[in-house]
Write a protein that binds this ligand. Structure first.
Ligand code: IPE
Ligand code: IPE
Ligand code: MG
Length: 251
């Protein structure tokens, strides 16, 4: 499926002058979706891929610049081995089935997280996907895999401390911008919206630094049921919010 440019096809009810540039999503509730149907949790993860496809398409269609999907956390390594390996298989399959559409729609894939902890075949597939889409510039798709916000901050501190030790940076010159430049999301805008499905109202170690002023949304919908309309309604709700960034009135 190929999309028109957003200016050719504004989505009804969405103000194209006030679009979120970056949407982050904690895709939660796959296990509960499966349990409700007396299915294995893995079936929930499989069904969740349909929601991923829909959200990627919709963000691209609307004209969002960055979409960050939390697919696997550093803490998720503590899940049963069988569930982890099923998730890796699903990821493998996802790349196979979505590669052409994602590349064809000029989307650049970026992995945030400890890629080196993933199985080698998955790493190879991901690297090929990254290489294939390297020059695409319509949207960035960050896939957070073995991702932890604290690990990201720890890596950033190590990098900057290393520069300081080698005399490449003066500690007095370390600023918010320098820090942001050493995160996995360097050169990307901070999320405007963070959506966590399934009704859980926590962050679970996602993008801790980047969400300082992000608008948060916690829909009850379980991830496999999350569709185009859910996303559009949340974007409309976002557009009604007043963001103040600590100031007294919008400027
Ligand atoms: C989110 O769904 C997917 C991953 C964390 C990989 P869950 O598997 O956490 O589903 P619930 O929270 O148990 O319903
Ligand atoms: C957060 O969901 C991680 C992902 C969606 C990948 P979890 O289901 O792992 O989070 P907790 O354990 O409920 O906080
Ligand atoms: Mg969960």
């Amino acid at each position: 499926m190929k999309f028109n440019r957003p200016e050719d096809s504004p989505v009804e009810g969405i103000d194209s002058g006030n679009l979120p540039k970056h949407i982050a999503v904690i895709m939660d509730g796959n296990g509960r979706w499966a349990k409700k149907r007396l299915l294995n949790r893995v079936k929930g993860h499989e069904k969740g891929m349909d929601a991923v496809r829909t959200v990627v398409r919709t963000c691209r269609e609307i004209g969002v610049s960055v979409l960050s999907l939390y697919a696997f956390s550093t803490e998720n390594w503590r899940r049963p081995k069988a569930e982890i390996s099923a998730l890796m298989t699903i990821l493998h399959r996802f790349i196979e089935s979505e590669r052409d559409e994602i590349h064809g729609n000029n989307i650049r894939v970026n992995i945030i997280g400890q890629k080196e902890r993933l199985p080698e075949d998955v790493q190879r597939k991901l690297n090929d996907f990254i290489d294939l889409t390297r020059d695409n510039d319509a949207m960035i798709l960050n896939i957070a895999l073995s991702y932890g916000g604290r690990a990201e901050i720890t890596d950033m501190v190590k990098e900057i401390a290393g520069l300081a030790v080698r005399g490449r940076i003066n500690p007095d010159d370390i600023s918010d911008d320098v820090i942001a430049d050493h995160l996995y999301t360097r050169r990307q805008p901070d999320p405007d919206m963070l959506i966590r499905t399934s009704g859980e109202t926590r962050i679970s170690n996602f993008l801790l630094w980047q969400i300082a002023y992000t608008e948060l949304f916690f829909p009850e919908t379980l991830w496999p049921d999350f569709g185009r309309n859910d996303l559009i309604e949340l974007i409309k709700a976002y557009q009604k919010r007043k963001r103040r960034f600590g100031k007294v009135k919008e400027e």
